[in-house]
Design a protein around this ligand. Structure first.
Ligand code: DGJ
Length: 694
């Protein structure tokens, strides 16, 4: 007997089939099927043949492949009894429920007292499939590995793209060829990490940013994940995501995976990117006031570091507001006796040496400049040199002889007393002042990874958000060390990287847009000489790169020349005039014919307007710019296309290139097939082109 279930959105269909009461497998995941498709026929047609030298039947690649059913690849579940003996469940059908756009399953192994539950939901607007699994046990069991429902990977794919990175260089793409066996990514750092963004894109052969098929995955969890991409000897491929092994150290009766987000695209990598961007922005992130325009930030970290002097901060605030900043974020250094990074984390009281009259004089000044006030915390951390650690050394996570990270330890967030202390300390600051923003940092990896730690952080964030619903929170972890849909269900912005080097940022945010929309992605104009790379970058390039995302400033505005102030003020005005539609736009990565150019197109949901950012990351090999093909336009429509920053054309550009002089009216067909020709430019410059449908 075969049971089948089907989920559809405009861009894809997913068909699950269960044979003879066994766990279902995904028998089809691809472009949208006709409504009349016979899914029983698909379940039969998808079976592959077997031959000599193997078993007499093919073990299913189910949503939780079972070793006990002779599945010899990586199984979906690995658990033991409380006494340590291995358990090998064989689940059979109990019930399935279909509701609008969702299907949920219950399977059981009565001999072992286990129940496996899984749920799939497809979002008809965003196109994203959300799925998770839960295991219930009659007696406590030990969980070694529990995959979220398992997907097949396309056979017509040559490679997979996953993500690596480091401090100041997040979201590097890793391309690995499929071959027999398993590619395993596992993150034991206890946080999402710069190195381990939990995502995977599997492009089909020949897929590009704009064309071809691809599937994408993201595991929405902040405590470290494991990913398995395996090609079996029979040629089938599977993708598994779950918490990293070892995170669940205690026996328990219930285990749950985080949500795995998945999408199939027939419009290249952008089809995955747009689905993830929309889903994150429209379904996951909860803004206190969704109608409020994203404010231009000023963050004082790279201007003053720990040297907080009231007069200097006031002067900086005045200048930042004149440049267009609307929110001032007071970074690290305001509390305890925090003159460097060696002390005071955990002592969340205002430092009376730096602020003898408290924070009010600064906040009053900031408000008088028309800005709101935000403040930095690193709640999960403690310095051994702090009053709180001296009073509660047992609150620290891990062994006492552990290696420190940035001279700090981690508080045990599974301890309710720790959470209460932090809730009260943070609430005291939020209650005493008019604060609309927290920058929530996390600057070291855990001494011992633990899922309970992540659940504790989530609980504290949930409690604080319930108590202070007007406060937005930014997820920062030495830059982009904690970016995932789990944390973004509780925060509203990410500090993508500590690199304010516009050249590096251009690439980091280009790749991050495979998952992140503009609205959550912080991007700041850094100092003239970048503090983390030493590179000296022109203000116009720095400003335009920041204007691609949620814009802010982080340099000391006192260093700016008049020309720099004017240039930055101009770009900021442009950003303010465009931010509302860009907040809801899709970011489409363009397939640049020139490898020196990293380009993207942000297009309004209505298709009425777009902006292209073409960043020249290095000198081109060829002399003249190559046409840049746009995407997502109506081929029949005419677009009014204009260069926003014509004033930046260099005197070295000497031809009769049309856009140099005036706007153009061009069809979508031309712009997408031939592409837009831009003026010659220096490296480390950005062309910004606006388009309006006529
Ligand atoms: C690391 C963050 O990424 C920086 O932006 C800054 O907030 C520092 N921590 C402060 O210690």
């Amino acid at each position: 007997m075969i049971r089948t279930w089907r989920l559809d959105s405009a861009q894809q269909s997913l068909v699950l089939a269960s044979r003879d009461d066994r766990l279902p497998e995904i028998v089809y995941w691809g472009a949208r099927l006709p409504n009349a498709e016979d899914v029983q026929a698909i379940a039969l047609a998808s079976r592959i043949d077997i031959t000599d030298g193997g078993l007499d039947a093919l073990p299913e690649l189910s949503i939780c492949p079972e070793a006990a059913r002779s599945f010899h690849g990586h199984s979906g579940l690995s658990l033991r009894c409380e006494n340590g003996a291995a358990m090998q469940p064989k689940f059979t059908f109990v019930e399935a429920r279909e509701e609008l756009d969702t299907v949920s399953f219950v399977f059981g192994d009565s001999a072992l007292g286990l129940t496996y539950k899984a749920k799939f939901a497809i979002d008809p607007q965003t196109q994203v499939i959300s799925t998770s699994a839960r295991l219930e046990a009659a007696q406590p069991v030990r969980m070694d590995w529990f995959a979220a429902p398992v997907f097949p990977a396309p056979a017509h794919s040559d490679e997979m793209i996953d993500f690596t990175g480091r401090w100041c260089d997040e979201f590097q793409l890793n391309r690995t060829a499929w071959s027999a066996g398993m590619r395993c990514r596992e993150n034991h750092t206890g946080r999402t990490g710069h190195e381990h963004f939990p995502g995977l894109i599997v492009p089909s052969r020949g897929a590009t940013n704009t064309d071809g098929c691809a599937v994408g995955f993201h595991y929405g969890w902040s405590g470290g994940h494991k990913m398995v991409a395996e090609e079996l000897p029979d040629g089938r491929r599977q993708v598994q995501f779950g918490h990293a092994t070892g995170l669940e150290s205690e026996p328990a009766k219930v285990f749950e995976t985080a949500v795995l987000y998945a999408v199939h695209s027939s419009s290249g990598l952008n089809g995955c990117a747009v689905a993830f961007q929309r889903h994150l922005r429209d379904r996951i992130v909860k803004l206190p006031d969704p109608k409020r325009s994203r404010p231009v930030h000023y963050n004082c970290w790279e201007a003053v570091y720990f040297d907080h002097q009231l007069d200097a901060l006031k002067e900086i605030a005045t200048l930042a507001a004149q440049l267009g900043a609307e929110r001032f974020v007071l970074d690290d250094g305001w509390f305890g006796k925090r003159d460097d990074d060696s002390s005071s984390l955990g002592d969340w009281q205002v430092d009376p040496r730096k602020y003898p009259d408290g924070l009010d004089p600064l906040i009053t000044h900031i408000h008088a400049q028309g800005m709101t006030f935000g403040i930095w915390f690193e709640p999960e951390m403690v310095n051994p040199d702090s009053d709180v650690f001296r009073a509660h050394p047992d609150w620290a996570l891990g062994p006492s002889d552990q290696l420190l990270g940035r001279q700090q330890m981690v508080l045990d967030m599974a301890n309710a007393q720790v959470r209460t202390y932090l809730f009260e300390r943070i609430s005291a600051i939020l209650g005493a002042h008019d604060v609309d923003y927290i920058k929530w940092d996390h600057n070291r990896v855990l001494p011992v990874p633990s899922a309970a730690q992540t659940r504790g952080v989530y609980a504290l964030l949930d409690q604080l958000r319930a108590a202070h619903p007007q406060v937005e929170i930014e997820s920062c972890a030495s830059g982009g060390g904690r970016i995932d849909f789990g944390i973004l269900g509780r925060t509203q912005r990410v500090w993508l990287s500590d690199s304010n080097d516009a050249l590096e940022r251009l690439r980091i945010q280009h790749n991050a847009s495979l998952f992140l929309p503009m609205s959550v992605t912080g991007s700041h104009v850094g100092p003239r000489t970048c503090h983390t790379s030493g590179r000296v970058i022109d203000i116009r390039f720095r400003a335009w790169v920041a204007a691609q995302r949620h814009m802010g400033f982080e340099m000391d505005p006192r260093e700016l020349s008049k020309e720099e102030r004017n240039a930055l003020g101009g770009v900021t005005q442009w950003w303010k005039a465009n931010r509302d539609w860009m907040t809801h736009a899709d970011i489409l990565r363009l397939d640049s014919a020139d490898p020196a150019v990293l380009a993207e197109q942000q297009i309004a949901r209505t298709g009425e307007r777009f902006v292209v950012f073409a960043g020249k990351a290095e000198t081109s090999r060829q002399i003249s710019p190559r046409p840049l093909r746009l995407t997502g336009l109506d081929p029949q429509a005419t677009y009014h296309v204009d260069l926003v920053n014509r004033a930046e054309i260099s005197t070295r550009s000497r031809g009769d290139q049309a856009l140099r002089e005036a706007p153009l009216e061009l069809s979508g067909a031309y712009l997408m097939s031939h592409g837009l020709t831009l003026p010659w430019s220096f490296p480390e410059t950005m062309w910004v082109v606006e388009g309006h449908r006529q």
